[in-house]
Structure formats: C-alpha cells, structure tokens
Design a protein around this ligand. Sequence first.
Ligand code: KG4
Ligand code: ZN
Length: 361
Amino acid sequence: MLILGIESSCDETAAAVVENGAAIRSNIIYSQIATHKKYGGVVPELASREHLEKIEDVVDEALKKAGVTYAEIDGIAVTQGPGLVGSLLVGINFAKGVAFAAGKPIVGVNHIEGHVYSVAFEFPPPEYPALALIVSGGHTNLFLIPEPEKYKLVARTRDDAAGEAFDKVSKLIGLGYPGGPVIDRLAKLGNKRAIIFPLAEIKEKDGSGLSLDFSFSGLKTAVLRYVRENQIEPVADPNHPSEQILDLCAGFQNAVVRALVRSLRKASERYRPRTILLAGGVACNSELRAAVQKLADDFKIPAYIPSPVFTTDNAAMIAAAGYPKLLRGECAPWDMSADVSLRLPNVDVEEAPKKKQRYRL
Ligand code: KG4
Ligand code: ZN
C-alpha cells in the first residue's frame, strides 16, 4: 500500500511516499528555520504563508522522487493536529483537494502519534508494552503503549516543552534559534559538573506523592538567575564562546536530560516495557540519546532512537501512522478540519506487579 504523507503543523513543509508503513520511497522536508531565525522563534503568520507557497512543490517533489503519480497512491495521511492552526489548515486543505481530485481515501493523523511512528523505518516493529518519550519544541510527553494505537499518558510537561527550554535558554545567552543543536554542540566542550542545576520535584495533584510529570520553567529561571548573578555576557561569536558559557550549556543540558531520564526510569520500573522509543526534535540531543540507551541497557530492553531526519518533523512518520488506519478502510469526512489541541484517547493500564521479594532461608 502506497501512502502519501503530508505534514505542515509547525515550521516544516513536508511530504513523503511510504510503502506498507515502513519503506521510504521519498521523504521531502522544507524547513522554514531561515525565515524564523531572526525572530528567535516560529512566527505563526509567516509559517502559514510559507507553507502555502511551498506545499505544492514539496508534494510534487515527493511524488517525483518516489516515481509515482497521484493515480498510483492508495491513500493520503495528513497531520490534523496538534499544531498551529494556519499551518495545519494549509496541509489539510491541500490533502483534501488532492484526495477529492484523485478519488483517494484520506485520514487525519495526530502529530504526536506520528512521532511515535518515526521508529518504523529503521527498526523492527516494537514489542509491547512500549514506553515512548516524545520531546520536541512543542511537546514533552511520555506514553505507555500497551498495544499498537493505544496510548496511556504517563507524564507530560506542566509548563514549557523540553525543546522550548533549549530555545529560550539559547536566546538568553545569545546563541539564537533553534537552541537545541548549538547547546548540544557547546555542551560537549563544557564541564557538566561545574554548575549543577537542581531538578523540579512535582507533586501529584491529589497529594498522593511525587508525579512523573516534567517542569522546565524553573530551570529556565535558574539559568537566568545564574547569568545575572555571574554577570555573564551574551555570546558575541558562537565560534568562540567563553568557558562560562560552555559550562552553562553543559549544566543546563545535563539538567534537562536528568529530568527526562528520571521519569523514564520510574515509568520503566512501574510498567516494565519491552521497548523504549525516543522521538521528537530533542531526540537529536547526543546526551539524551546516550542516557536513554544506557537506561534501556540497564533494563535489558532495546531502545529505538531514530536518525535525526526522522526525529524532527517529517511526513514519512505521518504516512506510517496513517497506514493502519487506511489499511482498515478508514476515511475522514470532507469536513475534517484542523484541531489545534488534538489529544490521543487515553487508555487505562494497570501497573506491572512489583518484583517478587526473594527471601534467603
Ligand atoms: O520536532 P521538532 O522539529 O518540532 C516541533 O514539533 O517542535 O523539534 C524542534 C525542537 C527545537 O526546540 C530544537 O531546539 C530542538 O527540537 N532540538 C534539539 C536538538 N536538535 C533540535 N534539542 C536538543 N538537542 C538537539 N540536538
Ligand atoms: Zn513535532
């Protein structure tokens, strides 16, 4: 089954052709980073305008590279949400137009579910239950997946997303947008033990103890305070940062990674997953990748950590997530529209039994 995937939820205009949910025939990504860089973040109005300009060329290129026509496609999968409304609408309306003209079925895909499927191209199907940590500029979620297409939200951020924290700290110290790649690079040159930022302790809302949720706004404030108290000047030349900046990058990144992995470890103890998945733009982070791999090794289970081209926003993952739906014969109604706060339905899952105590006689 050949699926055309279309993604336009944020600042990437992307189209891909994927065969049977796993084999990439083409994967075209047009990034708008150059447009938004000078504003220090994504400007929604500019994003939707640029999607509109690029979408036709990007989809044409995906079909051309795959060597197929619209007539040879079996179905279309498009991101329905969450994301920026103007951006989402460009992809959805283009996809609907194509589906109507070519007489093909169309399904709407949840962008976060798309990220879960970004492991489909380089790894065998996961063993379930799986734990999926989805970390990007807009989202920070930890899901337990008891079986394909069923999700239980185990932890989420109470404030900023992890990528957002990277971007805000980067802006604060003059390293620009996006912050993740540059902080990752500079952190390797710094000493992560020079500045130890404490992790947020988040209580369960019902007072029943500590939550697995994340919080990054306190960390951002701690970095701001550190910068002020130590009179650290913003970086003038990112190729020659001071030692203080390198240590700050290393300490900040280490705090984000510790917070993410602490929760992943607790969830692994609680639910005993058979696979760990890592996805979203922040999954490019070298320290996070190594820490998640180490955690999986400790639990003796595989970690599926995709190549960077699949962890950042792309349309191949949307096509892969749409595959089981189109295979079942699903087809969205013509009045399908963008849903900026689309959620995955939450299923109930019991905790794994605690490991049996062994008594020595
Ligand atoms: O998934 P993505 O492309 O778009 C969203 O859906 O948000 O993620 C972009 C985010 C940005 O916040 C960027 O700073 C972050 O991913 N990012 C990284 C790295 N590369 C990208 N964060 C940490 N380390 C990286 N190497
Ligand atoms: Zn994303």
